[in-house]
Structure formats: structure tokens, C-alpha cells
Design a protein around this ligand. Structure first.
Ligand SMILES: Nc1ncnc2c1ncn2[C@@H]1O[C@H](COP(=O)(O)OP(=O)(O)OP(=O)(O)O)[C@@H](O)[C@H]1O
Ligand code: SF4
Ligand SMILES: [Mg+2]
Length: 341
């Protein structure tokens, strides 16, 4: 799939990426007794200036993908082609320089800002690490960045505890942008915030994307949030992408039973349409990524599962000749959760 999508427009091209964590036993002599297959063979690409939404329930591997892309982890296998350079195999000073171009905003704005530092020094830190200017220039840039994210310049001398969740997330965004990255992984950036401030932070991220021509991987467990921000959406289940399509196409014509189940849980504002929404409740919990089910990994919970699903893993392939990919033996039989008249 990736080959057809590669072009000068592509900024990030992930190919068969795997991140397996070893599971060890024993205190002195640690033995590897298994692997947590958190990310288990993922392929997707993102064009410059676009947003790919990554959705899936808790434990599906979304954060691990983000952390692997920014190379907090060394991947087990696969390629992370960033502007045609493979980050998976880049090391040392070259990796340090590449890292400047990829930044991450984390879910919890309370944990991600060190409480002992002022806002000004938190925002300045990446610039100091990469020596992007003199102390005076960096101070000036801190003021500019605070304004860019809608905060007052005098906040530079205050500490994180003096700010609300929404303000802290703005500070985290200013810090991430301080070294002019091209690509930002936003990992559930509004999930920990009050509903009342979510829209403001989402709007800010969208404005900054246009202003600085940023490319986003936007991670969320919430399809209704992703719908507002993403151009394309990838649906993840137990370490793999089950479906990937243009946003509107995914909502209108899902081709995977898991996507359909997630969509069926999203309320629809129009009461007439809402009445016709079928709710699909998935039985059981997410299986463990240590012991992934055979064949199609969704078969233990899929309402459409047949014998073949237990035995043969479906390929992740384009459906109807379009750039709409799904991994399901019965993709053509999946109907939207709201039946059209
Ligand atoms: N460093 C690690 N060592 C071992 N297992 C890990 C590690 N990090 C994550 N995992 C496991 O990998 C799986 C995927 O975790 P991950 O945090 O990526 O999921 P997620 O989709 O981001 O979930 P959430 O929506 O709760 O944030 C989980 O089973 C988790 O326990
Ligand atoms: S391959 Fe089978 S189990 Fe998997 S999603 Fe499709 S119908 Fe369900
Ligand atoms: Mg996560």
C-alpha cells in the first residue's frame, strides 16, 4: 500500500512497524518469557500539512506508536520514513537533529510539565538544548510563543500549578513548537481537559497547523473528537490498523465491523437520525497483547465472525479500488450503523 502513496507530498511513511516489549521473569537472572506486542505490524503514511486521526480503545497501542515515531523507543522491526530518512535505524547526533523535527504533546498536562520550573524556562528548554539562539533571543521567543498559544507574556515567570488544565496544554504546545517542528504527535491532547475548554484547545491546534504548516498524528479514543480534526482516520485494534480511510468516507461507509461498533457508540445530533442508530455492544474485554487471538485478532469479539476468521488473518487491503483500506474477510458486507432510507 505504502508504495502507491509515496511522493514528495508524503512527510511520514510508516512501514510494517513493530514495537514488542519483552516480558521478563526472575529478579537476578531475568528470563524473557514472552512479548507484549503493543504495535504489531503497522503501515500508513501522512501527507505534509495533513492530520491523520488514530483511534482505538484503551490498550490498543496508540501511545506506543507515537512514542516509537519520536524514537523514545527503538522499534522491534519496520521503517519510520520521515522525509525519506528512516528514523528506525538513525542513531547518535543524526537522530538528535531529526528529533528536532518531530515533537509530541502528551495527554496529561499535569504530569508533562515539571512543577519546579517556571513556564518561561519550560518553554525555553528545548531551544537551549538545541542552541537555537542567544539567551536574549530565546527570552524574546518565549514571549512570542506565549502569545501564539493565546497566553499572556507575564505568565513566563509563573509555575505550572498556577494554571488550569487547558492553559497547561497551551504551555505544552508552546514548548513543543519552540524548535519549529514539522510534525507533531498529539496524544489525546484534550482527553484530560474539561469539556468546556476542549474546543478551544482543538481550535488552537488547528490554527497552529495552518499557521506553521504542521503535520499531525492526532491520537484519541474518541471518534467524535477525531472527526473534527482529521483528514484521514486509522482505526486500531490490539496493535494493528483495522481500517484506514478518508474521514467522511469512514463515517459514511465503514468497511470493518470494529469501526462500525465504535461509530455506533457516537451519538448523532439530529434526533431523527439518532433514533435509527443501532448500538453495537462488543462483548468481552480487549484480549491481552501478550496472547493475541489467531487469525483475525478481532474474532473473539466480532459479531460477524465465521470459521475462516479464527484461522486466517485477513490482509489489510484497499477496498473497491480506492484508498480505503480494511482488514476483514467480509468487508463488503459491512453496513453503516445508521441505515439510509
Ligand atoms: N513500556 C512498556 N512495556 C511493556 N508493555 C507496555 C509498555 N508500554 C505500553 N505497554 C503495553 O502495550 C499496550 C498498548 O499500550 P498503549 O499505551 O500504547 O495503548 P493506548 O492505545 O495508548 O491506550 P490508552 O488509550 O489507554 O492510552 C498495553 O497493553 C500496554 O500495557
Ligand atoms: S475478518 Fe472476521 S472476525 Fe475479523 S473483522 Fe472481519 S468478520 Fe470480523
Ligand atoms: Mg495512550
Amino acid at each position: 500500500m505504502a508504495d502507491t502513496l509515496v511522493g514528495s507530498k508524503t512527510l511520514l511513511d510508516i512501514r510494517d512497524l513493530k514495537m514488542h516489549f519483552p516480558l521478563t521473569r526472575g529478579i537476578v537472572m531475568q528470563r524473557v518469557v514472552g512479548h507484549v506486542r503493543a504495535v504489531d505490524g503497522i503501515t500508513f503514511s501522512i501527507e505534509r500539512g495533513q492530520t491523520l486521526g488514530l483511534v482505538g480503545e484503551s490498550g490498543s497501542g496508540k501511545t506506543t506508536i507515537g512514542r516509537t515515531i519520536i524514537r523514545l523507543y527503538k522499534p522491534t522491526a519496520g521503517q519510520i520514513l520521515f522525509d525519506n530518512k528512516d528514523l528506525a535505524t538513525t542513531e547518535g547526533e543524526e537522530l538528535r537533529q531529526m528529533r528536532r523535527r518531530v515533537q509530541m504533546v502528551f495527554q496529561d498536562p499535569y504530569a508533562s510539565l515539571n512543577p519546579r520550573f517556571t513556564i518561561g524556562s519550560l518553554i525555553a528548554e528545548p531551544m537551549q538544548v538545541y542552541r537555537t539562539g542567544t539567551p536574549a533571543e530565546i527570552r524574546e521567543r518565549v514571549v512570542e510563543l506565549l502569545q501564539v498559544v493565546g497566553l499572556r507574556p507575564e505568565y513566563a515567570d509563573r509555575y505550572p500549578h498556577e494554571f488550569s488544565g487547558g492553559q497547561r496544554q497551551r504551555i505544552a504546545v508552546a514548548r513543543a513548537l519552540s524548535i519549529n517542528p514539522e510534525f507533531v504527535v498529539a496524544d489525546e491532547p484534550v482527553s484530560a481537559l474539561d469539556v468546556s475548554v476542549r474546543a478551544q484547545v482543538l481550535n488552537l491546534l488547528q490554527r497552529l497547523q495552518r499557521q506553521f504548516h504542521l503535520t499531525y498524528l492526532f491520537v484519541s479514543h474518541d471518534l467524535s473528537v477525531v472527526r473534527h480534526v482529521a483528514d484521514r482516520i486509522a482505526v486500531m485494534y490490539l496493535g494493528k490498523i483495522m481500517e484506514l480511510a478518508d474521514r467522511d468516507e469512514l463515517y459514511a461507509a465503514p468497511k470493518h465491523p470494529y469501526t462500525k461498533a465504535l461509530l455506533s457508540a457516537v451519538p448523532i445530533p439530529d434526533p431523527k437520525v439518532e433514533k435509527k442508530r443501532q448500538r453495537i455492544i462488543l462483548s468481552g474485554d480487549l484480549p491481552s497483547p501478550i496472547n493475541i487471538p489467531s487469525g483475525c485478532r478481532f474474532h473473539t469479539r466480532c459479531p460477524m465472525a465465521q470459521q475462516i476468521c479464527r484461522e486466517i488473518e485477513p490482509a489489510f487491503e484497499a477496498k473497491e479500488g480506492r484508498e480505503h483500506y480494511a482488514a476483514c474477510h467480509f468487508a463488503e458486507q459491512v453496513t453503516p450503523p445508521v441505515v439510509k432510507e
